[in-house]
Write a protein that binds this ligand. Structure first.
Ligand SMILES: C[S@@+](CC[C@H](N)C(=O)[O-])C[C@H]1O[C@@H](n2cnc3c(N)ncnc32)[C@H](O)[C@@H]1O
Length: 276
């Protein structure tokens, strides 16, 4: 039985993102990404599209006494990033675009970009910028989700969204999964002048206490909040409950054992260097 009031839903979308989606989803990917880049003590790290800062914070523990910079377009996400304490090296939070990085060439030993590239309107330009700001012996690690069919919980959710809210309602969520093949990412990276490009297909097991929890936070803590923003609180809760029921109906029963909503989530994780 789903319970919409199981979690405290007060707070802005970036606050809810940090409180619920980061621990359940993006912290897992951040540990994997930072582990692949292996930032070392004393190095300088840039986290592009840092959101509320999970990648930057994990990297900061490894580079102490180095330095970390987190950059994002979104003021609200950065405000939450600044409010979360970090025990690692100091972190600067900068508002800016991945397409025009406000840094000198060669300024960073490590550039990281988790689950951001798919949103950039000019990915080639963003990758050129990443290469420009890396030192000649630096390392890049970035991740994007693979096709949505490879992540069954998200796939059930987008079908439910379109059925309940109308065709096209799932466009934002489907856009997160825009990369079809690892080769697309590999070609973009080599085209932008990166060498030693490796693209790994990685799976994390994601779990939420219930389908309703997953659906609520997708619709309250991400840009999908715009889909229901003109509704009254009661209408919004009713829509979320309907979408959650439909998501559960469209899910494999194995994803719903013990009332939890648990499924594999797949992403392409790439590592590269600016020159061979
Ligand atoms: C799915 S969130 C990922 C945040 C964070 N990396 C994480 O894993 O939790 C995507 C982030 O990309 C940021 N973003 C989108 N377009 C951007 C751009 N052109 N430049 C910088 N950040 C951008 C958004 O503001 C958002 O915070």
């Amino acid at each position: 039985m789903v319970d919409l009031h199981h979690w405290q839903l007060d707070g802005s979308a970036p606050e809810l993102y940090e409180k619920y989606l980061v621990p359940a989803i993006t912290a897992k990917w951040a540990n994997d990404l930072v582990g692949r880049a292996q930032p070392r003590a004393g190095e300088s790290v840039l986290d592009i599209a840092c959101g509320t800062g999970i990648v930057a914070r994990i990297a900061s523990r490894r580079v102490r006494p180095g330095h970390v910079t987190g950059l994002d377009l979104n003021k609200g996400m950065l405000a939450v990033a600044r409010s979360v304490s970090s025990e690692g090296a100091p972190i600067d939070w900068i508002e800016g675009s991945a397409l025009d990085l406000p840094f000198e060439s060669g300024a960073f030993d490590v550039v990281l970009c988790q689950l951001g590239l798919q949103f950039f309107p000019d990915q080639e330009r963003a990758l050129n910028e990443m290469r420009r700001v890396l030192s000649p012996i630096g390392r890049l690690a970035l991740s994007v989700y693979s096709p949505i069919e490879r992540t069954p919980g998200a796939n059930a959710f987008v079908s439910a969204l379109d059925r309940v809210l109308g065709p096209g309602a799932s466009q934002i969520k489907r856009g997160e999964h825009a990369f079809k093949l690892p080769k697309e990412l590999r070609d973009l990276l080599t085209g932008a002048g990166f060498a030693n490009v490796e693209v790994y297909t990685v799976v994390q097991q994601i779990a939420f206490p219930s389908v309703l929890d997953y659906v609520s936070f997708q619709l309250l803590a991400t840009p999908m909040a715009a889909l229901l923003s003109d509704r009254t609180t009661d209408d919004r809760e009713a829509a979320i409950e309907t979408i959650a029921s439909e998501t559960a109906r469209l899910s494999d029963p194995t994803m719903l054992e013990d009332g939890r909503f648990s499924f594999p989530q797949e992403a392409y994780v790439a590592t590269a260097t600016p020159s061979s």
